[in-house]
Design a protein around this ligand. Structure first.
Ligand code: G6P
Length: 612
């Protein structure tokens, strides 16, 4: 949420920062701005995309080898030129960009107003912080770094912050509490960003800033401290990320690329963890918490958005295959409702980004309550991975499209492996069944390749229903979360109202919505509820609803009943979430493209939600 980029070195900062902001645009894209150290600090800001800022700045002086830039996802104040970052303090000494929320900003604002004639030009919490730093700097006659430290000691809330000081123009000050910041170490140059994607093309040497740390960076030097002024030794880590992974590689959109990457991302996720001969699961990331997992009375999954849907799939799989009770919680609810957490609970936090504020807070709460916490994250080195006791990475590669696709299937792959692994350890799963499911899991990439071949069909159906204002998604059992995920994909990128429901629940409300204009997307592959789902389809047809059914290949029964069928190869029901979701992803993708929506950056959304 909000993307931050900074550069200090010998190159021109402007193109590096603009390029970096474009890579981070998935974090926020309602306005953007840049500040450059020239003869003094200049700044250019614009409502809209980074490309609008680039266009706006192209006739201006963009020289300078030190600069900071920001792409915004508005929290305080509407998206416009004034509220765009950077923000400069009233007397012009400090220019800052900020990701996060200053929670006590109104009391800080009041205090500043009482102490002097501090007035803010924007409606943002960030400007207050710029003014507070300047106030401390002028009143206490301290260095810029100390002023930042003192000011931040008065701040409640989350921040990833870059600061320029007009009196000390040869440095960038960076600080973090709750919102991610990484520093790329080059030769006589440093790169700063909210995540590593803007940095990877320049260096693979990375320092992750931790909470309550501050870095003061000049061209040749980086000093790292805590906010309490204790000196730290920076730890440089090597980043394993290819530039190709963050390019569109010939696809029109990142989302499309990421959908088509799923055979590879799933293979990468089970590589080294699932062997085919003999069929076996190894989850090395869990070994140091194995005794806790063996004793666990209950698993609590905490997550948000699509990750929460993956958690629901995990609930069905773990309960059935390993017979461990599982509860799946929205992290935002869990963290505030004083949940009962016992020492024998294992909490699994699922998060693509590893930075979602609510999920991170849920992790901290569970840890403080004595539970063992496992992370299922995609971004290596992200906050959740660093705060959990153990974890299993989803090796989906960078996911740039705001609507999550390959991260979902990678998460489901990990959770299915966990269910199998635990089922075997707890002797709840017969060897034959265990081996059969591993073999099926191994086949998934090939099955998805086959499903992707039907792309034209999804496009055809998308053309027919692109103007429908509403849609209903139905599924049963382990495919109910897939219905939720299908509906989420549709609403988030195409702005068509979509509801996901357990198919049998349709009779308790949604059926009232069905008429000849209502598309009902039903996941109806062959499993133990098949006959019941066929009845649900008949109920929809009896009310003249339009049925789009995801069916097992060769199903002639539903082909007679439904208006359209998307065939997927037959597989075990525990594997089916991984296959059946793909036609739904592509249906939403095509509908959104046909409606001329911004597929990769849907309105009002951000990929990484680092505020509550
Ligand atoms: C945002 C994204 C979703 C994502 C959710 C949770 O809402 O737009 O795609 O599912 O956050 O993110 P996480 O990184 O924790 O999986």
């Amino acid at each position: 949420m909000c993307g931050i980029v900074g550069y200090i070195g010998n190159k021109e900062a402007f193109p590096i920062i603009i390029n970096g902001l474009k890579r981070l645009e998935y974090r926020g894209y309602d306005s953007a701005g840049i500040a450059l150290v020239q003869n003094g600090i200049v700044q250019y800001k614009k409502q809209g995309k980074v490309a609008d800022l680039e266009q706006f700045s192209c006739t201006k002086n963009t020289s300078g080898s030190i600069g900071i830039g920001h792409t915004r996802w508005a929290t305080h104040g509407e998206p416009n030129d004034v509220n765009a970052h950077p923000h400069t303090s009233m007397h012009g000494k400090f220019t800052i960009i900020h990701n996060g929320i200053i929670e006590n900003y109104s009391s800080l604002c009041r205090q500043l107003a009482e102490r002097g004639a501090y007035k803010c030009a924007s409606e943002t919490d960030t400007e207050i912080l710029a003014n507070l730093i300047e106030y401390v700097y002028e009143k206490e006659h301290v260095s810029a770094e100390k002023a930042v430290r003192i000011a931040l000691s008065q701040v409640e809330g989350a921040y990833g912050l870059l600061v320029l000081c007009a009196d000390e123009p040869d440095k960038i000050i960076a600080a973090r509490n709750g919102s991610p910041l990484v520093i790329g170490v080059g030769n006589g140059e440093y790169f700063l960003a909210s995540d590593a994607t803007p940095i990877v093309e320049y260096t693979n040497r990375i320092i992750y800033l931790n909470d309550k740390e501050i870095a003061v960076i000049s061209k040749h030097e980086l000093s790292l401290k805590t906010l309490f002024n204790d000196t730290l030794t920076p730890i440089i880590q090597e980043l394993d990320l290819d530039i190709e992974c963050i390019e569109k590689a010939g696809f029109d959109h990142f989302m499309q690329k990421e959908i088509f990457e799923q055979p590879k991302s799933i293979t990468d996720t089970f590589r080294g963890r699932a062997s085919k001969n003999p069929p076996e699961i190894y989850l090395g990331g869990l070994y140091n918490v194995m005794d806790k997992l063996d004793k666990a009375d209950r698993i609590i999954v905490v997550a948000c958005g699509t990750s929460w849907h993956a958690g629901l799939v995990g609930e069905y799989a773990i309960e059935e295959l390993a017979r461990i009770p599982v509860e799946v919680e929205y992290a935002s609810e869990f963290r505030y409702r004083n949940p009962i957490i016992r020492a024998n609970d294992v909490v699994i936090a699922i998060s693509q980004s590893g930075e979602t504020a609510d999920t991170l807070a849920a992790v901290r709460l569970a840890k403080n309550a004595g539970a063992t916490v496992i992370g299922v994250c995609n971004v290596v080195g992200s906050s959740i991975t660093r705060e959990t006791d153990a974890g299993v990475y989803t090796h989906a590669g960078p996911e740039i499209g705001v609507a999550s696709t390959k991260a979902f299937t990678a998460q489901v792959t990990v959770l299915t492996m966990m269910a199998l692994f635990l089922g075997k350890r707890r002797k709840e799963l017969a060897t034959e069944r265990y081996e059969e499911l591993i073999t099926e899991l191994y086949n998934v990439p090939a099955l998805i390749e086959e499903i992707l071949l039907d792309n034209e069909k999804y496009l055809h159906v998308a053309r027919l229903y692109k103007d429908a204002p509403n849609s209903i998604y139905l599924g049963r059992g382990i495919l109910f979360p897939v219905a939720l995920e299908g509906a989420l994909k549709m609403k988030e990128i195409s702005y068509i109202h979509a509801e996901g429901y357990p198919a049998a629940e349709m009779k308790h409300g949604p059926i009232a919505l069905i008429d000849e204009n209502m598309p009902v997307i039903i996941i109806a592959t062959k499993d133990k509820s098949y006959d019941k789902v066929v009845s649900n389809i008949q109920e929809v047809k009896a009310r003249k609803g339009k049925v789009i059914a995801v069916v097992s290949k060769g199903d002639t029964v539903i082909a007679q009943l439904a208006d359209h069928v998307f065939e997927v190869p037959e597989c075990d029901s525990f594997i089916a979430p991984l296959t059946t979701v793909v036609p739904l992803q592509l249906l939403s993708y095509h509908v959104a493209v046909l409606r001329a929506c911004n597929v990769d950056q849907p309105r009002n959304l951000a990929k990484s939600v680092t505020v509550e």
